[in-house]
Design a protein around this ligand. Sequence first.
Ligand code: FNR
Length: 186
Amino acid sequence: SNLDIVGLCGSLRAASLNRMLLKLASASMPQDMHMDIVEWRDLPPFDADLLAAQGMPASVVALRERIRRADGVVIATPEYNYSIPGMLKNAIDWISRGEDQPFSKKPVAILSATPGPRGGARVQYDLRKVLLYVNAMTLVKPEVFIGDAAAKFDAAGLCTDEATRRVVTGQMDAFAKWIAAVQRMN
Ligand code: FNR
């Protein structure tokens, strides 16, 4: 099999630790998995009036299509004020509004990184809750919380911490098995 994975980063900033973590996940995947990191900064704020008047914006249509045809989605996100960054929630809100539900039965894996010690534990449970509503099949374990992340990536964005590499590789192995299990079930 050749698994097509969409990577979404919950942070828009160029030097994002979570984008570094997402790239580490991409590099840590089994050989038959490939990640395409998809940018979504062009999405407007969700507005039901805009949707009713003009239909889905082209940026939303493209993102929904890309997720629909993927075998799985990996989300690496910061924690903002103990929860989901607004623009990531906005993207999920847009994706969820249509005739279909692109996230339905879609395998999803979550990672988070923070410069502080806890690694984004709180955002992950909020994100899991939101993904429940859209019927995603979110991988349970291993969970990946990367605390003190600023010390674990170098200036080029490469991970210098062996324990981080190991846990991310373990999660991507588990994700490949999870995708196979979900595909058998669907
Ligand atoms: C943060 N940060 C943060 N960190 C954390 O561990 N828990 C939190 O609740 C918050 N809250 C928060 C709110 C807002 C609005 C910002 C901008 C930041 C710090 C955050 O973890 C840090 O800025 C990360 O570097 C952001 O992730 P990226 O952009 O490096 O991927």
